[in-house]
Each structure stands twice: as structure tokens, then as C-alpha cells.
Design a protein around this ligand. Structure first.
Ligand SMILES: Cc1ncc(COP(=O)(O)O)c(C=O)c1O
Length: 423
């Protein structure tokens, strides 16, 4: 007699999940999403789509978890890679030498800019940023870390200290030595970086601050300031890396070679968590006295390495990057048209490749846009530190017809927003 296949999705009703989540995970998040009008529980997912748990509603994922789903949900090539890997590998022992980590690190060395040749793997972006800061302090023997106000590098120790005040406030004293300057302001950077500075850490395009695309001379200018002060430059490519901007790395647009580069999110392929702190050869001396001075039990878990390698293979393909640039150009001209149609609510599109932010006229409009977009079948979330801007990150694998459909849905969303606010 055939037994019914077990399914992880739908063993509970949507209402049951909301109740369980509220009582055992986070009552605040349940309340938040109910109030935001995004009454969604993740159910089935495939490619650019996610379905609500009850299967009735489908959304196109234009949030992509900041790039985790650059290659779509449950990308079949990546699922197959993980399935094969599981036949031979497990997490591995992080104390020991590993063929999988060595091969992946070699590929990263080939693909990252300049003489970045070493990688230490982690599980989260925050952890990878923490390590970047540890390396900078240990190498320079200096305490000071300069970062951008409203920047975002995660919620762990040093990453949190380098991030925005909003996330730090409730948690008491932070580690000393962290200084913040406005993003894009070279004079402020010049003022802040001195002989005590270990490193400057910046996102290439700060996402949580509202997709702030820097002027062409900003990052080269920061590089120069760091060089003059013998400070290191750490670039956080957690969101901008892996093809999101139309080049493999966002910094490539600016011709800047960082000393340390942090990669996360999309490296997982949305399938197995893995992050990377990649650094220049000279910085490896930090680990010479004690190579076990930094370790992470699950960092660079062996089963995840083949997935990350496949992600790199797909994302570095010239045809893939060309496709991203074509889709980006399509959205750019599409938003020029939408700007004319909805001038009372839409300012325009902030954009570097497909790293995009929909800039609206008023800070109250971001949350409203997210709500109306959801009603129109799009998952889009406004930027935490600037709710005037809605992060707009469709998967990089979308084709032209789907891009057209997304734009039509954005058009409808803007029309509803305009009539709601009386425009
Ligand atoms: C730019 C950037 N850096 C670091 C992080 C932290 O990554 P994680 O949440 O994996 O710790 C994020 C997460 O959103 C990010 O957007």
C-alpha cells in the first residue's frame, strides 16, 4: 500500500503557525506583519516565486532576502549539487584540513579583486564582518574602526558596533574605538581617519540606509585616505556581491581593491549558509602565531562548499552578468516612464545594476508601498533606516517577460499609493 509522502509544508494551518510563532518565536513579528498588511507565512517556493502557506497567494520575490535568492528559490542546479554533496560529505570538522574549503577558497582567490588570496569561512555575514575587524585590529595593532552612519553590517559584536545607533541603543556599552561618518562625505572621512585607525568599513551600496549609490570618486577617495593613514579598507559585499550590480563585485564599478572583502547571503545559493572573509595575502600573518585564534564550528561546512562553488560558477559567467545588466537597463528605462506617470509619489529609481531602491516622495510611503505591492503580488520591503526607499531586489535570473510583469505590478502599486494618499 502506498504511503502518502510526508511534506514539511502545510502540516499546520496558517492560523496555527501564526499562533505558534506568536507564542514561541516572536509575538512582535506577528503583530508587525499583521499591522503592515502583509499577512504571509512562507509556504511553497520555486524560482522567483513564493506562495503563502495556505497556497492561495503567490508573490514574486523582489526582496530576495538581500541577495540570498539571487539565483531564485530552490534553484534546481544548486539543490542537485547539495543532494550530491550529502551523499559523501557532512559538516566536517572545522579544526581539520579540508579539500572542500581549500578548493572554494582557491576559486574565491581567483575571482576576488587584486591580491586577495585568503579566505576564512563563516556562517553569517555578521560573523564574517566581526572577523574582518579582528584581522584589521590585529594586523595594524590599532583600535579605531570608522564606518558609515546608517550603515549595516549585522547584529554580532563588532558588526553591531560598526552599524547604526538604532540597533545598538538597547544593548548597553559597545566595544570602544568605533566612529561613524556620513556615507559619501570624503571630508568627514578624511577628518575621521588618523594614525589610530585600523580600518574603514563600508558597504559598497548601503542597502539598509536606502540603496545609497556612491559618487564615482567616493570609494577611490576612501581608498586613498586609508592608504595615506596606513589603515585598511574593508568592503562589505554581502548584498552587492555575486552579480547583483551587473559585475561580479560591486567595488569593481569603482576600480577599488579592498584589503578585506566580506561576502555572504547569495553565496549560500539560498540552500546552505556560508559566508566568507576574504583578505590580502599580507594579512595572513595575523594567524601565524596561533592559527586557531579564530574558529567557527559551522563556518565553511563541507556540504555547503560545493553549493557555494556552483554559485560562483553561475554568477561569474559573462553571459549571466550581461543578462543582469540588460534587466537592469530595462528597469532603468521602465522607471523613467513610471516617474512621468506617478510624479506625486515616485522620485525615481536608485540603482547600481540590479541593486535597486524605489525612492518615494515621503517616508510614510515606503510601508504603504510594501503593503500595496503585496496586494499586487510583489514582495518588497522598505529600507529600515530610510522608509522613503523601498528595496527592490528581484532575483537575477528573471527573464524579460517576468521583468515586464513586475514593472506592471509596480505601476499598479504606485497608482494605488497615489490615490490612497490623494495624489
Ligand atoms: C550589507 C550587510 N552586511 C552584513 C549583513 C549581516 O549578515 P547576516 O544577517 O548573515 O549576519 C547584512 C544582512 O542583511 C547586510 O545586508
Amino acid at each position: 500500500m502506498a504511503t502518502e509522502a510526508f511534506s514539511y509544508i502545510g502540516a499546520h494551518s496558517k492560523e496555527e503557525v501564526m499562533d505558534l510563532f506568536s507564542r514561541h518565536v516572536s509575538s512582535g513579528k506577528v503583530r508587525f506583519f499583521q499591522q503592515a498588511g502583509i499577512d504571509f507565512v512562507m509556504g511553497r517556493r520555486e524560482g522567483p516565486y513564493m506562495w503563502d502557506l495556505n497556497g492561495e497567494k503567490r508573490v514574486i520575490d523582489c526582496h530576495c532576502n538581500g541577495g540570498v535568492f539571487n539565483l531564485g528559490h530552490r534553484n534546481p542546479v544548486l539543490v542537485e549539487t547539495l543532494t550530491q554533496a550529502l551523499k559523501e560529505l557532512d559538516i566536517g570538522n572545522h579544526h581539520l584540513l579540508s579539500e572542500q574549503r581549500a578548493t572554494l577558497a582557491k576559486r574565491l582567490a581567483e575571482l576576488t579583486p587584486g591580491d586577495i588570496t585568503y579566505t576564512v569561512f563563516g556562517v553569517s555575514g555578521g560573523e564574517a564582518v566581526d572577523l574582518a575587524i579582528k584581522i584589521a585590529r590585529a594586523y595594524t595593532k590599532r583600535p579605531k574602526i570608522v564606518s558609515a552612519r546608517r550603515g549595516y553590517h549585522g547584529h554580532t559584536g563588532f558588526a553591531l558596533a560598526a552599524g547604526d545607533e538604532k540597533f545598538r541603543a538597547p544593548f548597553g556599552p559597545m566595544p570602544p574605538g568605533f566612529v561613524q561618518v556620513p556615507f559619501g562625505d570624503l571630508d568627514a572621512m578624511k577628518e575621521a581617519v588618523d594614525s589610530e585607525t585600523a580600518a574603514v568599513i563600508l558597504e559598497t551600496v548601503p542597502a539598509t540606509a536606502g540603496i545609497l549609490v556612491p559618487e564615482p570618486d567616493y570609494l577611490p577617495g576612501v581608498r586613498e585616505i586609508c592608504d595615506k593613514a596606513n589603515a585598511l579598507l574593508i568592503i562589505d559585499e554581502v548584498q552587492t556581491g555575486l552579480g547583483r550590480t551587473g559585475l561580479l563585485w560591486g567595488v569593481e564599478h569603482f576600480g577599488v581593491v579592498p584589503d578585506i572583502m566580506v561576502i555572504g547571503k547569495g553565496l549560500s545559493g539560498g540552500i546552505y549558509p556560508i559566508t566568507a572573509t576574504c583578505f590580502r595575502e599580507k594579512l595572513e600573518v595575523v594567524f601565524h602565531p596561533d592559527p586557531f585564534i579564530h574558529i567557527s564550528t559551522f563556518g565553511g561546512a563541507e556540504v555547503g562548499c560545493p553549493v557555494a562553488l556552483k554559485v560562483l560558477e553561475i554568477s561569474s559567467e559573462p553571459a549571466f552578468l550581461e543578462h543582469v545588466r540588460e534587466m537592469a537597463a530595462f528597469f532603468a528605462s521602465g522607471f523613467d516612464y513610471l516617474k512621468q506617470r506617478h510624479p506625486r509619489v515616485l522620485v525615481g529609481l536608485r540603482r547600481l545594476g540590479m541593486m535597486m531602491g524605489i525612492e518615494l516622495v515621503h517616508e510614510a510611503y515606503g510601508p504603504l508601498f510594501s503593503r500595496f505591492a503585496y496586494e499586487n503580488g510583489l514582495l518588497c520591503v522598505y529600507a529600515y533606516h530610510d522608509p522613503r526607499v523601498v528595496q527592490f531586489l528581484p532575483p537575477l535570473i528573471i527573464d524579460r517577460p517576468l521583468a515586464e510583469e513586475i514593472l506592471e505590478r509596480v505601476d499598479r502599486t504606485l497608482a494605488i499609493l497615489a490615490s490612497f494618499v490623494g495624489g
